[in-house]
Design a protein around this ligand. Structure first.
Ligand SMILES: [Ca+2]
Ligand SMILES: [Ca+2]
Ligand SMILES: [Ca+2]
Ligand SMILES: [Ca+2]
Length: 188
């Protein structure tokens, strides 16, 4: 792991006008079955794996799946959900190397709308190699997110994290208002 890694992020919040789609027009079946996936060589063995998070499901999980020698046979699933928490819905999945050590990491964000055991948190699962991950909360401010993205927003060479939300909750960390949140990666 990069010795210079700092997992702290600087948080900036802006209240912006967000247009929210009518959830009822999508139907409950869509919401309950939605899942986020990403295909990537997670363990850097030259073969692709699949990362998956539940979306609008209570008790959402984070996991990755590895193919057997014959990928037409059953794959093995490795659950990396932190054991001591009950996560809220996870409608965000980004796989990117956020600590610049060459291993792809996993970023996800709990939603405000369907909470877990605590107010929504932003999570990084740092890939320490050999299919192992170190879970870290990178924001714990009662602010949820939906469809998070990463990018080098400030142009300093490390990946920052941004997310808007699906719909605000009246008790959220922004006084119940909509928000767009930007986490500045302090690795560099
Ligand atoms: Ca692989
Ligand atoms: Ca990494
Ligand atoms: Ca940056
Ligand atoms: Ca930075």
């Amino acid at each position: 792991m990069n010795k210079n890694l700092k997992t702290e992020y600087r948080h900036a919040i802006k209240t912006i006008a967000l247009f929210l789609f009518c959830t009822s027009c999508l139907g409950e079946d869509f919401q309950n079955n939605a899942t986020q996936t990403h295909v990537v060589d997670l363990d850097r063995d030259g073969h692709m794996e699949i990362v998956v998070v539940d979306s609008e499901n209570p008790g959402a999980r984070v996991a990755w799946m590895k193919a057997p020698a014959d990928p037409r046979q059953l794959w093995t699933i490795y659950d990396i959900t932190p054991r001591t928490v009950d996560l809220g819905a996870l409608h965000s999945l980004v796989v990117a190397d956020i600590n610049n050590d060459g291993n792809p990491d996993i970023i996800t964000v709990e939603m405000e709308w369907m909470k877990g055991d605590k107010p929504p948190r932003w999570w990084a699962f740092l890939n320490t190699g050999n299919g192992q991950f170190e879970s870290k909360v990178i924001l714990d401010a009662n602010l949820g997110g939906h469809e998070a993205e990463v990018g080098d927003v400030d142009g300093d060479g490390d990946l920052d994290v941004c997310a808007k939300l699906w719909r605000p909750q009246k008790d959220n960390g922004n006084g119940g208002s909509n928000h767009f949140s930007y986490l500045e990666n302090l690795s560099k």
